[in-house]
Ligand binder design. Structure first.
Ligand code: ATP
Ligand code: MG
Length: 546
């Protein structure tokens, strides 16, 4: 009996040992599988094919990506549909229906989930469709990876590509602008000149009105070209230490004359505001662009008022501006305020983008504010905008003040007339040359106009012909104004030269100085500017030779 018991006990023990061994083996296998599922970046899911996709199984590494544990999902506390980003959920639902109906064995999806801490992650999901014996879908098994970093890199790449495209577009505009501006300015000079000359001769009010309109349009064309040139950084800036008061007064004077009288422009300049290092032409452009915008904003209002102010301000804390922050210091501020239609808050971040406009096609190019932004940036300044839809807008432009000494700009005056000096004008565009000749002759100069450089050289050689000044175009067939000036010097040493140009990016300040050129004037020019500039150059040279 004891023998039998021992025999049975041994047998049981052996069976128990076998089972224990098998259990350990199974546990090891299970552990290996758990490791297989949870050691890597892929989370494994088994979803029930029901509304909300309840989770039957989630691998333990689910916490790393989702912020919920496998138990949170498996006990039904969290349904899968609840973690999908609300903007993606409907799309995902539709995609699952579509793939399921199409009979696909598997499919891929991209979507976002929201973790309990609110963080959003992008996922890549490879789903296998599981069908029962009757062929009905019972489950989905998914392999899910976090691709947030990859997605971010992709978005950055796309942004960089867009920036590159934008830069290329700007470069193309720049190259085009240079060529077009040159030709356009050559057309505009005689147009503006002829109108100005005619206006001096005509007294009929109606005729004068038409001429004034024509002049206005020509000036607009001129300003558009300047905008494009500034925008594409093709205009050389000439910074000087100046006080902004005079520059702003001149710009406002011009605007008052060109904008309809129904719009009031109030000008308030604080006395003795500090000087700034700035290009007066560019500052005028800033004021013109801001006031023009303000004019458009108030044009439909009854009591439209545009207030332009200039004052000095000391900034003690870094000042937040559009696209930059200003360091503490002394600034000179130009403020342009209107009581017009205002700007939608959501659009304020867009208005400085090139080509952004809310005006009708053909009315606005959307370059005005991007030019302002470019100019202010080059002056190391800042811009602030305050506006609400329906209650006006204020643009404040900050320019850093300087302690350097002021080099004041000379007044432009029509009284600066000629004293019978002999001027040779060279321009391959007959219309431009003829207008210049007429402007000068009317102002008391004796003028010889030639179209070709060779003809001019023949004149230089005629020793009995007195020449006090050479005014030459820069870009001419086969030669340049600079080259002609060199020849002029050989025959007429000590006599001044003015170069005129529609557009030239080779003529910098230092190039002109090195070549001993006394004056440079860009086309188109107004008669007043041209005449007073010529006078200036002649007077300066005379004073030097005394
Ligand atoms: N003072 C303002 N009041 C209301 N909206 C403004 C004002 N200034 C600018 N904006 C808005 O900003 C947009 C962009 O201005 P921006 O000067 O760059 O271009 P534009 O005036 O449309 O065209 P462009 O100046 O080239 O003729 C305008 O279309 C307008 O919607
Ligand atoms: Mg504008």
């Amino acid at each position: 009996m004891v023998e039998v018991d021992r025999f049975l006990a041994d047998k049981f023990q052996k069976e128990i040992d076998k089972l224990t061994q098998r259990c350990t083996q199974l546990e090891r296998e299970l552990e290996r599988e758990r490791r297989l599922f949870s050691g890597g970046p892929t989370v494994v899911f088994r979803w029930v094919a029901k509304e909300g996709w309840p989770v039957e199984y989630a691998s333990p590494n689910v916490f790393n990506i989702f912020g919920y544990s496998d138990k949170d999902f498996m006990c039904g506390r969290v349904k899968f549909a609840e973690v999908i980003h609300e903007d993606d959920l409907e799309r995902i639902r539709q995609e699952v229906i579509h793939y399921s109906n199409s009979g696909a064995a598997n499919f891929e999806q991209h979507y976002r989930i929201v973790r309990p801490d609110g963080e959003v992650r992008w996922l890549y999901d490879y789903t296998v469709v599981v069908r029962d014996d009757a062929g009905v879908i019972s489950h989905y098994e998914g392999y899910v990876q976090d691709v947030t970093e990859r997605q971010r890199a992709e978005e950055e790449k796309q942004q960089l590509q867009e920036q590159l495209l934008h830069a290329q577009k700007m470069e193309t505009i720049g190259v085009m602008a240079g060529g077009i501006a040159h030709d356009f300015n050559n057309l505009l000079t005689p147009i503006i000149g002829s109108i100005e000359l005619l206006m001096g001769e005509i007294s009929d009010k109606d005729h004068l009105k038409h001429l004034r309109n024509a002049l206005l349009c020509a000036r607009k064309a001129e300003s558009l070209i300047r905008q494009i040139l500034i925008f594409s950084r093709k205009l050389k800036e000439e910074k000087k230490v100046i006080r902004l008061e005079r520059v702003i007064k001149e710009a406002v004077m011009f605007l008052r004359a060109t904008l309809p009288a129904t719009v009031k422009i109030e000008l308030n300049c604080a006395e003795d505001s500090a000087a700034v290092l700035a290009d007066p032409i560019q500052i005028q452009q800033v004021v013109m662009n801001l006031v023009t915008n303000a004019y458009h904003a108030v044009s439909s209002a009854k009591d439209g008022i545009i207030k332009v102010s200039l004052y000095q301000q000391d900034i003690e804390e870094p000042l937040e501006c559009v696209y930059n922050k200003l360091v503490p210091g002394r600034y000179v501020v130009i403020s342009v305020e209107d009581n017009g239609e205002g700007i939608d808050e959501g659009l304020i971040s867009k208005i400085f983008e090139p080509f952004f406009t809310t005006r009708k096609v053909g009315d606005g190019s959307g370059l005005g504010l991007s030019v302002v932004h470019g100019i202010v940036g080059e002056h190391r300044g800042g811009i602030q905008v305050r506006s609400k839809l329906g209650s006006g807008a204020e643009f404040k432009i900050y320019f850093p003040a300087t302690d350097e000494e002021c080099t004041d700009i000379k007044a432009v005056s029509m009284s600066s007339i000629g004293r019978g000096e002999n001027v040779v004008v060279v321009d391959d565009e007959p219309k431009v040359g003829e207008i210049a000749k007429e402007m000068l002759e009317r102002s008391g100069y004796k003028v010889t106009f030639v179209k070709e450089a060779n003809e001019a050289i023949d004149l230089f050689k005629k020793q009995d012909l007195e020449i006090d000044l050479l005014i030459t175009d820069q870009t001419m067939p086969g030669t340049t104004g600079l080259a002609l000036a060199k020849k002029f010097r050989k025959f007429r040493p000590g006599k001044p030269v003015i170069i005129t140009s529609g557009y030239s990016d080779t003529l910098t300040h230092s190039v002109l100085e090195k070549n001993n050129i006394q004056g440079y004037i860009t086309k188109p020019y107004s008669m007043a500017d041209f005449i007073s500039y010529v006078r200036d150059v002649l007077d300066r040279e005379k004073a030097r030779s005394l």
